[in-house]
Design a protein around this ligand. Structure first.
Ligand code: HEM
Ligand code: HEM
Length: 167
């Protein structure tokens, strides 16, 4: 663990944050072939060849996202993260911390339930779906708070993840 609190997120932390965000959007957009293929798999039926490529992409990109999240957690542990923006109350800091931790849990949960289902060990598709809904809800809250803090409270929160906004 780092001995002092860093001033800013490292470029790798920022790059991985946005990679995971784009990855999640793509994952949600291409989930249907994966659901059809998994339903066929667990029913003992042959999958539709038209679904194979996108289902494979969902598994591959999902696994990459999972690895990116593990690297993010390691970077967080190794180098730490900057303290909260100036003017953040202790209640806001508590909520932000809880949401960030919950997001990490959802991201890990998505990877684990997806891989267990894909490998045919057990069908955790329903859990994968429920975690996805919880994660999307948290993402909307999180993104809303970041935009509000940046453009209404003007405390530079978003600039922490988009260095081009720094003044
Ligand atoms: C898939 C979508 C997203 C996920 C899973 C996600 C997840 C996270 C997590 C876990 C952190 C905490 C990083 C850490 O301290 O280790 C974080 C930080 C941050 N995210 Fe996101 N995020 C997403 C989308 C967004 C969007 C759309 C925005 C902006 C509109 C945004 C803005 C930020 C900002 C500004 C921070 C730094 C907050 C601070 O240090 O106070 N994120 N994000
Ligand atoms: C954060 C990353 C991921 C996101 C956002 C995501 C998103 C989704 C969504 C929205 C569904 C549809 C759920 C439903 O309607 O039942 C789905 C299904 C599925 N995903 Fe993912 N996924 C991710 C990662 C993964 C990974 C890593 C794997 C496996 C390597 C995977 C395998 C599956 C499987 C097998 C299904 C079908 C489940 C079923 O039939 O109910 N996913 N995914």
């Amino acid at each position: 663990m780092t001995s002092s609190t860093p001033q800013a997120y490292r470029p790798a932390q920022i790059a991985l944050h946005w990679f995971v965000m784009v990855g999640i959007v793509v994952q949600i957009a291409i989930h249907e072939p994966m659901v059809r293929e998994t339903t066929a798999q667990f029913a003992g039926l042959a999958p539709d060849p038209a679904d194979t490529t996108l289902a494979m992409m969902h598994g591959l990109l999902g696994t990459l996202i999972f690895v990116a999240v593990l690297v993010r957690l390691w970077l967080r542990y190794r180098y730490g993260v900057p303290g909260h923006a100036e003017g953040t109350t202790s209640a806001q800091a508590l909520i932000a911390g809880l949401v960030h931790n919950a997001l990490y849990l959802c991201l890990l949960g998505m990877g684990i339930t997806g891989m267990v289902t894909r490998s045919g060990v057990a069908n955790l598709g329903d859990l994968h779906f429920v975690i996805n809904i919880a994660m999307v809800t948290l993402i909307l809250l999180h993104a809303g708070a970041a935009l509000f803090n940046q453009f209404v409270r003007k405390d530079g929160t978003l600039a922490r993840m988009i260095p081009a906004l720094r003044r």
